[in-house]
Design a protein around this ligand. Structure first.
Ligand code: HEC
Ligand code: HEC
Length: 300
C-alpha cells in the first residue's frame, strides 16, 4: 500500500470518528429516526467517495504530462498549448452567461422588491395621506401646525421666541435688521428669494453713496417707519413705494409673506448673519406652507 492510499484511509477514519463523536454525543444520538440514519449513511459515503476521488487526481497530477501542439510564442521558457477549450468548459461558460441574463431580467430583476423600495413606497404613501388630510387647512390651523414645525426644526437657531438668539440666526419677529440691509446694499444678494435666480444689485450699482446706504439701512431696518429717505425712490422701483414688494421683481421689505419664506425654506439663504439651511428635503410641502404661515404671522 503506498503512502497516498494510507493517508486517504487515515483521513476517512478520522472524519468518520469525528462524525460519530459529534453525532453520537448529541442527545439521543442517531436513534432510530430513519432520516438521521440516512443522513449519516450519506455523509459516510460522501467522505469515502471524496477521499478516493482526491487520491485519483493527486496521483494523476504526479504522473501526468501535458500534450498538444505548442504555440510559437514563448515567455521566459513558459510555452502555451494550442488545445481546444474543453467542450464541458465552453458549455458551462455559455450556460452561466444565459443564466446570468435570466437572473437579471426574470429571476431577480433590478427593479423588483427591495427593502429600500418598500420603505420609499411606505413613506410616499404616508406623505400622500398626510397631504390629503391637511390639504384644506385654514390660516389658524396652518399657523398652529407651523408653530410645531418651528419648535421642532427652527428653534435651535432662531430661538424659542424666534428672536434669533443673539444674532445666531435672523430675528423673525422683524422682517429685516439694519445690518442685513446694509450687507445686501454693500454685497448684493442672490438667494432666489423670488424663487428664481434674480440678484439684487449692490448700492454702488444703484449709484448710492456710503451715507445713502447707512440712511436707507436704518430706515428699512426700522420696518420702514419714520421719514422716508429721498434715495429710497431707487428701491421703490423694484420693492414698491412702501416696500410692499412687487411680484417677480423685488421681494417685500416691510414684512414676511408666504412666498418669500417658502423660497427661503426651499433654497436656503446666505446673508450678513449666516447661512440658513434649506429644508426642501426635510419638510414636506404642507409643513413648509405651515412654517411660512407661522413666520409670516410673527411680524404682523
Ligand atoms: C432692480 C431691482 C431692485 C432694486 C432697484 C432694488 N432691489 Fe432689493 N432686491 C431685488 C431683488 C430681485 C432681491 C432678491 C435677491 C435675492 O433673491 O437674494 C432683492 C433683495 C433685497 C433685500 C434682501 C431681502 C432679504 O430678505 O434678504 C434687501 C434688504 C433689499 N433688496 C433692499 C433694497 C433696497 C434698500 C434698495 C434700494 C436701495 C433695493 N433693494 C433696490 C431687487 C431690487
Ligand atoms: C442652522 C440654523 C438655522 C436653522 C435650523 C433655521 N434657520 Fe432660518 N436662518 C438662519 C440664519 C443664520 C439666517 C440668516 C441668514 C442671513 O444672514 O440673512 C436665517 C434666516 C431665516 C429667514 C430669512 C429672514 C430674512 O429676513 O430674510 C427665515 C424666514 C427663516 N430663517 C426661517 C426659518 C425657519 C422657518 C426654520 C425652520 C424650518 C429655520 N429658519 C431654521 C439659521 C437657521
Amino acid at each position: 500500500m503506498n503512502k497516498l492510499t494510507l493517508a486517504g484511509i487515515i483521513t476517512i477514519v478520522i472524519m468518520l470518528g469525528a462524525t460519530y463523536l459529534s453525532v453520537g454525543l448529541t442527545k439521543g444520538g442517531i436513534g432510530d429516526d430513519i432520516v438521521n440514519q440516512l443522513a449519516v449513511a450519506g455523509a459516510v459515503i460522501l467522505v469515502i467517495i471524496t477521499v478516493f476521488v482526491v487520491i485519483k487526481y493527486v496521483r494523476q497530477m504526479q504522473t501526468d504530462t501535458a500534450s498538444g501542439k505548442l504555440a510559437d510564442e514563448n515567455w521566459d521558457g513558459i510555452g502555451e498549448y494550442k488545445n481546444e477549450l474543453p467542450a464541458g468548459w465552453a458549455l458551462m461558460f455559455l450556460g452561466t452567461m444565459i443564466w446570468g441574463m435570466w437572473y437579471f431580467t426574470v429571476g431577480y430583476p433590478v427593479n423588483a422588491y427591495s427593502q429600500i423600495g418598500e420603505y420609499n413606497e411606505d413613506t410616499a404613501a404616508h406623505n400622500a395621506k398626510f397631504e390629503a388630510k391637511y390639504a384644506n387647512m385654514d390660516d389658524a390651523m396652518l399657523v398652529e401646525m407651523g408653530e410645531s414645525v418651528f419648535l421642532a426644526e427652527c428653534k435651535v437657531c432662531h430661538g424659542l421666541t424666534a428672536d434669533g438668539i443673539d444674532g445666531k440666526a435672523a430675528n423673525l419677529n422683524q422682517r429685516l435688521e439694519a445690518v442685513v440691509v446694509k450687507d445686501v446694499l454693500v454685497n448684493g444678494s442672490n438667494n432666489q428669494l423670488l424663487g428664481f435666480e434674480f440678484p439684487m444689485p449692490t448700492g454702488a450699482d444703484l449709484g448710492l453713496s456710503a451715507s445713502d446706504i447707512d440712511e436707507i439701512s436704518a430706515y428699512v431696518g426700522n420696518d420702514l417707519k419714520g421719514d422716508q429717505p429721498a434715495m429710497f425712490g431707487v428701491c421703490a422701483g423694484c420693492h414698491g413705494a412702501e416696500g410692499e414688494g412687487l411680484d417677480g421683481v423685488g421681494p417685500q421689505l416691510n414684512g414676511f409673506n408666504n412666498t418669500l419664506v417658502t423660497n427661503v425654506l426651499t433654497h436656503g439663504k446666505k446673508g450678513a448673519i449666516g447661512t440658513m439651511p434649506k429644508f426642501a428635503d426635510r419638510l414636506n410641502e404642507t409643513q413648509i406652507k405651515a412654517a411660512s404661515a407661522y413666520v409670516t404671522s410673527l411680524s404682523k
